[in-house]
Write a protein that binds this ligand. Sequence first.
Ligand code: A2P
Length: 319
Amino acid sequence: MKYVTFENGDQMPMLGLGTWKSAPGEVYQAVLWALEAGYRHIDCAAVYQNEKEVGNALKKAFGEGLVKREEVFVTSKLWNNAHEKDQVAEGLKRTLSDLQLDYLDLYLVHWPVSLKTHVMFPEKGEDFLNYEQVPLADTWAGMEALKRAGKARHIGVSNFNQEKINEVLESCQVTPEMNQIELHPYLPQNELVTFCKENGLQVTAYSPLGSADRPKARKKADDPVLLEHPLFRKLAEKHEATVAQVLIAWSLHRDIVVIPKSVNKERIHQNLQAASLQLDAADMQAIAGILERHRYIDGTFFTEVPGSPYSQSDLWEPV
Ligand code: A2P
C-alpha cells in the first residue's frame, strides 16, 4: 500500500473505501468487509446520511479487536449548512457522535458553498448564504480551531478550485492539507493537481470509477460510462485485472489518494488488490491519450437553483 505523508509525519493509506451512496443497511457490512480485507482508510461525510452505521461498524471492529482506532484513517466532511464560524465545531461534534469517535484523521470543507443552518439541500435563493455573509476565511478559521484542539488531526477542502484555494491560503494560519475532487481519466485535473501539490495540498480522487450509481438527478442521458471505455478493457486484459482495478491503479500511479465506493464483498476485495497493480509508462501514456472530458458531479444542484448566489465559476474551470 502506498501512503501520503503529512508534514507532521502522519500517514494516510492512498487507497480507501468510499461511502457516498452506500445505503444505511449496506454500509455497516461494507465497512466491516473492508476492514477484514485490509482497508485502513474509510472516507465519510455528514451529508451521506450513513455515518451512524459507519460508526456502528467501526465500534464493532474496534470492540472485537479486528483493528485499533489508531490503525484506521477516518475522513469526514463538514456539510454546507455549518459553515458559520461558530457552527463548524457543531458540525464536527455531530459527525464524531455519529461515528462514535473522539477525533477524525481528516476533516474537509465539503463544498465552497454555504447554506442556512436548517437547510440540507437548497431549493430556493433564500436557502443560501453568500460569501459576504460567510467568508470562506471564517469557515477555515473554524477548521483551524478543530485542528488545534486535536479533534481533527488534519484539515482540508473538497471541490475547491485554484481561486478558492488561493483565497484560503491568503488568510490561513494552517494550510489546507488535502483537496478532494472528482478525478478519473475523463477528468484528470492535471492543472489543479499540480497547483495543489505545489501549494502543499494532497489530492484525493472521488468518483474514480465514474459513480455509475449516482442519483438519477445527477445523470444525463449522454453521460459516458467510464467503466465501459474500450482502452480500460484492453489494459485490464493485458494485466489480467479488472477495469476498476486499472482505474484505481491509474490514480495511485499519479500519487493521488483514491476512494472507490463499493458495498459488494467481492468488489471491495478486488478494489483493494489494485494497490499491487503496476501500470507501465505505455499504459499511462495511452490513458493520457483519452481526450474526452466529462464531469459527472457538476454542482448545478447548487448553481442552478433559482436565486442561487453561486455560479459554476465559483466551483471550477470549464472542462
Ligand atoms: P457496488 O457498490 O455495487 O460495488 P465510484 O467509486 O466512482 O463512486 O463508483 C461506485 C460505483 O461503482 C458503484 O455503483 C459500485 O457498485 C461500482 N463498483 C465498485 N467497485 C467496482 C468494481 N470493482 N467493478 C465494477 N463496479 C464497481
